[in-house]
Design a protein around this ligand. Structure first.
Ligand code: MG
Length: 258
């Protein structure tokens, strides 16, 4: 929503990482293909069978752990597969290394990500990260993407003890920013987790769909109340509700904060 006064309220921009600062989907495809080749060569498991085992492991781990940062830990999924196959356990660790080294190795920053972050910093905006996942991997991704130098604070779900869209993770990010929720703009690719999650905490949010455009239909976007802003949670709403934007390029953030 344009600011009538011409002066932005936004003092901090807080980013999601996966499918926001790089394409997780593309990188995952490459990394998963590497895993399937490994399984075929080292474990004599056909790609389709490996895919089924992987799905089974995901579901079993999810059921056991519930919604917490450890469900993103792939080593325990590969461990499940290797234990089920009665193969040497070292394979689980090698698969974990292979997956992440491949994924992080082929990831590139989203278009203009560094330029936008640099420009925001230059205009005095603080930059944060608020992401589901374990901290070590998210730090490693930010470093490989060449973006960690622009970031003032990081919140991972491992650190927060809560996964998006739980309000607790956004509250920790707002608290680290040192500003009020309505002064923080959250940017992410998941409408449910990122946009509504941040909004429920009183933060304006930008839904960035560049990396997920192929998965969206016209109505996926048009039927959402992106503007005017809606009041998602009355308890945390600011006057009129914080704004929710739809952006397809990160440079659009510069317009929102100006
Ligand atoms: Mg994401």
């Amino acid at each position: 929503m344009p600011h009538d006064s011409g002066v932005s309220m936004i003092k901090s921009v807080i980013f999601d990482i996966d499918n926001t600062l790089y394409s997780y989907d593309l990188a995952h495809e490459t990394a998963f293909a590497a895993l399937k080749s490994y399984a075929e060569k080292e474990l004599c498991i056909a790609p389709d069978e490996f895919k089924e085992l992987h799905t089974e492991a995901n579901e079993a781990i999810k059921q056991r752990l519930g919604n917490c940062a450890a469900i993103h830990n792939r080593l325990i999924r590969y461990q499940y597969i290797i234990e089920k196959l009665h193969k040497p356990l070292i394979h689980a660790q090698r698969m974990d290394d292979l997956y992440w080294n491949t994924l992080i190795g082929c990831s590139v920053p989203s278009p203009q990500a560094a330029d936008v972050m640099r420009e925001l910093k230059a205009s005095g905006i603080s930059l944060g990260i608020c992401t589901d996942m374990t901290s070590y991997l998210q730090f490693t991704k930010l470093d490989k993407l060449g973006l960690i130098e622009y970031v003032d604070f990081i919140v991972s779900s491992e650190e927060a003890g809560a996964e998006k869209p739980d309000r607790a993770i956004f509250e920790l990010a707002v608290s680290k920013s040192g500003f009020n929720p309505e002064e923080c703009l959250y940017v992410g690719d998941s409408y449910k987790k990122d946009v509504l999650g941040a909004h429920s905490c009183g933060m304006p949010a930008a839904w960035y769909t560049y990396h997920i455009a192929g998965k969206l239909s016209e109505t996926d976007i048009s039927e959402k109340p992106l503007l005017p802003a809606m009041t998602y949670d009355p308890e945390y709403s600011v006057s009129g509700g914080p704004a929710m934007y739809h952006i397809t390029g990160l440079t659009e953030l510069l317009k929102i904060v100006k």
